[in-house]
Design a protein around this ligand. Structure first.
Ligand code: 5AD
Ligand code: SF4
Length: 482
């Protein structure tokens, strides 16, 4: 078996100091064009893709699939059979990174058996100096490290790797242009992710995302509306607008005054049947946006509004730039405007210096908000972020105890959020067969609650009435009614 010479060619490597900087340059919009010389490079070859982390990554993976398939690669569902392996990674917490390193370790054997395989690491971990150093040193089985800002270069890099038989690192520290019309293979024919902006300028002190995803850049509304109208024509029923802080959408436009409320209103007037969005930042959620959301109709009564902590002191050290009081008043306004809303949140426990009393303030806020769900996390230090160097890290056992207590409360919210639908008729977008029982269908109601439905497979892809017959903590059961 021929062993590949491992020579690493560093085209660009990540630099945290540069990643933190924001260059004062205007957004440039370009259309993706496939380099003719790459046209058939994937013919007869296949790929396998792992997607870790958030919806942004899911959406990026759809572009990676699109790019690979546009030159002939086909997707394999068994990784051992694929010629190109892509790991689209997440860096948000240490355990997300550990998963990737674990997988890369397991893949070493496969590379020994099939040295011709090209393994690519992209996504947020690729933007991290330390992770990239570790990969180039210890994981010789990785052929390409590609950053979040240039995923559309993936084909050229694979070609270079084939031709020159060298490992490549190409990670830009600054975001580049907004590239439109990148080919995409969407994972669903019913629901679609629609990124409306990229990057994040918030710099919460715990978070790595502003470094890994660059400056906030909004797509032009005309391009978003065109994409959504095309989705409608293709039969899509639901879109989820994506951005790290969708409420800041449009703030970077210099040629127009157009914000998230304007976008929601324009999308409300399209024929798409369901609109959701994530993630919201309470600091930028203004009254105009509440009003736009309250238009209802195709704008779903569901809101994910991360609070992170119920303590003003902790919020301040997190650099969240809102207070417990302003958050609660926003929640009150939203609930008055959209009484049927299902509210969910993100919470971090054991942020450095968080006292027992400050944690209790989070519990009391959770009770006040009546959340119907939450993602809860123990604080995980991220190298290079301000909070990682804060002293007074909370001991591990106290952190676990707080998480446990918080989850008990959150689970009550999930249960209450289910019970309110018992014996009601819900509009459900049927997505497919239920995971646990192929004789049942599954879908989501307008509030985003999972429902398993007794009904015929011909209902898949339709929005139908379902009578809820049982309410469990995490899901509902129901029957199709005419
Ligand atoms: N540690 C723990 N949780 C984090 N999050 C972001 N950064 C960290 C971190 N360093 C959580 C926040 C955010 C969600 C996506 O992940 O709650 O809203
Ligand atoms: Fe998504 Fe954030 Fe994870 Fe990156 S670090 S994949 S943006 S959750």
């Amino acid at each position: 078996m021929k062993k590949k010479k491992v020579n690493t060619n560093i085209l660009n490597s990540p630099d945290r100091i540069k990643e933190r900087k924001r260059l004062n340059k205007e957004n440039v919009f370009v259309d993706f064009k496939l380099d003719e010389s790459l046209k058939d490079m994937g013919k007869g070859k296949s790929y396998y893709i792992y997607t870790y982390g958030c919806q942004e990554n899911e959406s990026d993976s759809e572009k990676i699939r699109g790019l690979l398939e546009s030159v002939g690669y086909t997707e394999k569902l068994v990784l051992e059979e694929a010629d190109v392996l892509v790991l689209n990674t997440c860096a948000i917490r240490k355990n997300a990174e550990d998963k990737v390193f674990g997988e890369l370790g397991r893949l070493k054997q496969l590379k020994r058996e099939r040295p011709e395989i090209v393994t690519i690491v992209c996504g947020c971990m690729a933007q991290e100096q330390d992770a990239v150093n570790l990969i180039t040193k210890r994981y010789q089985n990785v052929d390409i490290v590609l950053g979040t800002h240039n995923i559309h270069d993936i084909l050229g890099l694979i070609k270079k790797c084939y031709d020159k038989k060298e490992r490549l690192v190409d990670v830009l520290s600054y975001e580049g242009d907004i590239v439109e019309n990148v080919p995409m293979v969407r994972q669903s024919k019913i629901k679609a992710w629609v990124p409306i902006m990229y990057g994040c300028d918030e710099f919460c002190t715990y978070c790595i995302v502003p470094y890994t995803r660059g400056k906030e850049r909004s797509r032009l509304p005309e391009n978003i509306l065109k994409e959504v109208n095309e989705l409608v024509e293709k039969g899509y029923k639901e879109i989820t607008l994506l951005g790290q802080n969708v409420n800041a959408y449009g703030k970077d436009f210099t040629d127009r005054s157009y914000d998230f409320a304007d976008l929601l209103t324009d999308l409300h007037n399209t024929k798409i049947e369901r609109i959701r969005f994530t993630t919201s930042n309470p600091k930028d959620f203004d009254d105009k946006q509440v009003k736009a959301m309250a238009l209802g109709g195709n704008i779903m009564p569901q809101l994910h509004l991360p609070v992170q902590s119920g303590s003003n002191e902790v919020l301040k050290r997190m650099n969240r730039r809102y207070t417990r009081e302003t958050y609660l008043s926003l929640v009150k306004k939203i609930k008055e405007a959209i009484p049927n809303i299902s509210l969910t949140t993100d919470i971090i426990v054991a942020f450095p210096g968080e006292t027992e009393e400050q944690f209790e303030e989070t519990l009391s806020l959770v009770k006040e908000c009546d959340y119907e769900g939450a993602f809860t996390f123990i604080y995980s230090p991220r190298e290079g972020t301000p909070a990682a160097s804060y002293t007074e890290q909370v001991p591990e056992d106290a952190a676990h105890e707080r998480l446990y207590k918080l989850n008990e409360l959150i689970n009550e919210g999930y249960k209450k959020g289910s019970m309110r639908f018992l014996n009601t008729i819900q509009k459900v977008l049927i997505e497919g067969e239920s995971k646990n029982d192929p004789n049942m269908l599954m879908g989501y109601n307008e509030n985003g609650k999972l429902i398993n439905v007794k009904g015929d497979k011909s209902l898949i892809g339709k929005i139908v009435n379902v009578k809820v017959t049982e309410a469990k903590t995490w899901s509902l059961d129901g029957e199709y009614v005419e």
